[in-house]
Write a protein that binds this ligand. Sequence first.
Ligand code: F6P
Length: 357
Amino acid sequence: MIRIGMLTSGGDCQALNAAMRGVAKTLFNAKEDVEIYGFLDGYQGLIYGRFRLLTYNDFSGILTKGGTFLGSSRTPFKTIQDPDANGLDKVAAMKQNYYKLQLDCLVILGGNGTHKTANLLREQGLNVVTLPKTIDNDLWGTDMTFGFQSAVNIATEAIDCIHTTAASHGRVFIVEIMGHKVGWLPLNAGMAGGADIILIPEIPYDIDKVCDKIQERHDRGSRFTILAVAEGAISKEDAALSKKEYNKKLEKRKFPSVSYEIADQINKKIGLDVRVTVPGHTQRGGSPCAYDRVFASRLGSEAGKLILKGEYGFMVGYKNREIVKVPLEEVAGKLKMVDPKASIIKEAKALGISFGD
Ligand code: F6P
């Protein structure tokens, strides 16, 4: 008999259902006596004992569906050890529900914050296997997360659409791409969509350099310029501030996001009218792309195999084109950022893309 619990936590992304299906089918096909409990809305379900016993049929027909059929929520790690509004010890409650259901293992699908809590549960003695999801691709210990390729496709399509209208009107456009702390998504979508300027959090920009690039294109006769700007793009000036000073400055920012601020600065410095497009949560929505369907299914299947072998305490990741198991303590609390010296940055620069540095 194998009895597992499953939950999806944090911001959703494409292929969560495909990954859960991968785990479940691998287990159901290998053993007769498998029980899978699905906790609803991420850690909230585990804390408050909201779950459903899932059958083989629950995992049928979900490969191509976006979102997560279990629901998700953000349960910040920062406050996970604080009692809830009614004084409930959340960690103790999660352990209690795990033991009450006599689970052999918890399968947790999530990104950075989710992995910190998963590792805490492991430290507290629970058996945990995790799967790396996020459109940001910023999880340590894996070259790729599922959801990322689907989001790159959507963000690229947004840039493609902007390209045609920008060319018709001879305008400067900013497409704001998700990524508060890391720039994998804007970098990849920007390159795929042929952006002229890509601004990511790891490479602070100088607004004068951004304007120089636009002016240079203008002078060469290009009718338009496209900028792919990460939500968390930051100027050199702001990057030099302490976190506290920067947050204070952000509180006073009169623009809805960095892209609108950059648009205003470009307008004031070189007199060009700039339009901003924010694809926002569309980047996390819709069906997973073919790559993510296969990738998430493979990761899910390998997680199923680990459970069958009774190997716990790992994230199933992807390194150098191989599926690997990475100890949870190595993953938790670390971000995989874009290295400004990485070859992809050098190649992008060789193509004429400016990072505003
Ligand atoms: O972590 C995934 C992500 O989509 C980020 O790219 C984005 O900055 C953030 O979540 C948005 O969070 P929320 O959906 O809570 O607004």
